[in-house]
Design a protein around this ligand. Structure first.
Ligand code: 5AD
Ligand code: SF4
Length: 442
């Protein structure tokens, strides 16, 4: 008897919002769907199945997805046979809402249920709407090889979930408890990517440095991955200050291909606010850690996340955040206005910093950081940096762009090299976000 795959003759389209974990998850979804016979299409019009992989970390992220769902609703009206699935963190958080008030949505599927997607789509084709939002303590998709087009840079999810329960954050509720993939399978994945010509991998986890596989911690994983191909750059994100061990700092410096760049969110410079956030460190402890990192890893580049306007934040709290930014001298910062999230502990605290004040503080943080970044970048003018060429620059077809190991974006004229090459660039000018220069042979 010949049996046909569930996805035979069906195309699926996937759109991804939010963090890099979601990008990595969409690659897992693509792999699962392709194995079931579905074919990925980049065009919405050709899709039999439309997935939107969503983010719930802030209200505006959800608002964007709701806006996009409006487009899919029209599409579904014109073509009732198309299946619409909401995946990811919003599916987990708003399961009931989505099923009840968005009647054109056929499937609501949380981050730990992607293996069931082909079956759920099959049921939906037969007219059965589906919801699958169970969170797992073990699912890590370890055996699934994510689908990736050939390229220079790959994201590898090495652990899922978060046990930190920062009081503002919905992630522990939408992604569940921490669990790590096996070291062996991650190393195999990196070996495969190296053979395919990838030049850079970023190890991903909501809390990547709390990785644990039996007795192997994140430093062991980093060392094992770094050994695979010394010409491959290794990055990782996001690190929690609490899990930034001496062993990990030493491992970064001991492996030349592990990039000297650490994203180490501080969130606030005020001890009182840090405590309310349940961040488990004081500003002094964080600054000591930064001191140790800078001393051990010469030329290290650091970035952070900052939240402006957390409940009860005073002008004085805000001032200490600005001072901390200046003291650390970050190379970059991702900055956010506090957004209350249901279920979190902070949801029960009054959101008492008025919107205008949140905006004012956020803008001040952005301005101060821009000035710091500009000053740091300006010191690089006249020097030469090694850059991994990523591709054409966004603004000009005659220029390429690429990054330094410290994650600085560099733009330079094309000159006989291509994406994936390591070249040397002499820096001629800089702004707060980008370095500009020209290729030199060294
Ligand atoms: N409001 C604002 N920012 C938030 N983040 C997480 N939750 C919230 C929230 N409720 C930010 C934190 C985190 C980053 C990924 O998003 O700074 O580090
Ligand atoms: Fe959210 Fe905190 Fe976990 Fe990061 S460490 S994902 S901010 S709970």
């Amino acid at each position: 008897m010949i049996t046909s795959a569930i996805g035979e003759n069906k195309n699926f389209y996937i759109e991804t919002y939010g963090c890099q974990m979601n990008v990595a998850d969409s690659e897992v979804v693509t792999s699962i769907m392709s194995t079931a016979g579905f074919v990925q299409t980049p065009t919405l019009d050709q899709a039999d199945v439309i997935f939107v992989n969503t983010c719930a970390v802030r209200e505006n992220a959800e608002a964007r997805v709701y806006g996009r769902l409006g487009d899919f609703k029209h599409l579904k009206k014109a073509n009732p046979g198309v299946i619409v699935g909401v995946l990811g963190c919003m599916a987990e958080r708003l399961r009931k809402d989505l099923m009840e008030s968005e009647s054109f949505v056929d499937l609501v599927v949380g981050p730990d249920e992607y293996r069931n997607l082909p079956k759920l789509v099959d049921n939906a084709v037969a007219g059965e709407r589906g919801i699958a939002v169970r969170l797992s303590r073990v699912e890590n998709y370890d055996d699934i090889i994510p689908f990736r087009a050939d390229g220079i840079s790959a994201w590898i999810s090495v652990m899922r979930g978060c046990d930190k329960f920062c009081t503002f954050c919905v992630v522990p509720f939408t992604r569940g408890r921490e669990r790590s993939r096996s070291l062996a399978s991650i190393v195999r994945e990196v070996e495969d990517l190296s053979k395919r010509g990838f030049k850079e991998v970023t190890l991903l986890g909501q809390n990547v440095n709390s990785y644990l596989d039996q007795s192997w911690d994140f430093a062991d994983l980093l060392a094992a991955v770094a050994k695979v191909d010394k010409s491959m750059r290794i990055r990782f994100t996001t690190s929690h200050p609490q899990d930034m061990s001496d062993k990990l700092i030493d491992t970064i410096v001991q492996n030349s291909n592990v990039c000297n760049y650490i994203h180490l969110p501080v969130q606030s410079g005020s001890d009182r606010v840090l405590e309310l956030m349940n961040r488990t460190y004081s500003a002094e402890h964080y600054l000591k850690l930064v001191g140790k990192i800078k001393q051990t890893i010469p030329g290290v580049s650091l970035s952070t996340d900052i939240i402006a306007g957390f409940p009860t934040e005073t002008a004085e709290d805000h001032r200490t955040t600005i001072e901390l930014l200046k003291e650390v001298g970050y190379d970059g910062a991702f900055t956010f206005k506090y957004s209350p999230r249901e279920n979190t502990k902070a949801w029960n605290m009054a959101d008492d910093v008025p919107e205008e004040l949140k905006v004012e503080r956020l803008n001040e943080i952005i301005d101060v950081q821009r000035e710091i970044s500009f000053r740091k970048n300006r010191t690089m003018v006249g020097g030469t940096v090694e850059v991994l060429v990523e591709g054409e620059s966004r603004k000009s077809t005659s220029e390429y762009c690429g990054r330094t190991e410290t994650n600085k974006m560099v733009v330079f004229p094309k000159n006989g090299f291509g994406a994936g090459d390591y070249i040397h660039v002499r820096i001629e000018r800089a702004n707060s976000a980008t370095l500009f220069g020209a290729h030199v042979s060294c």
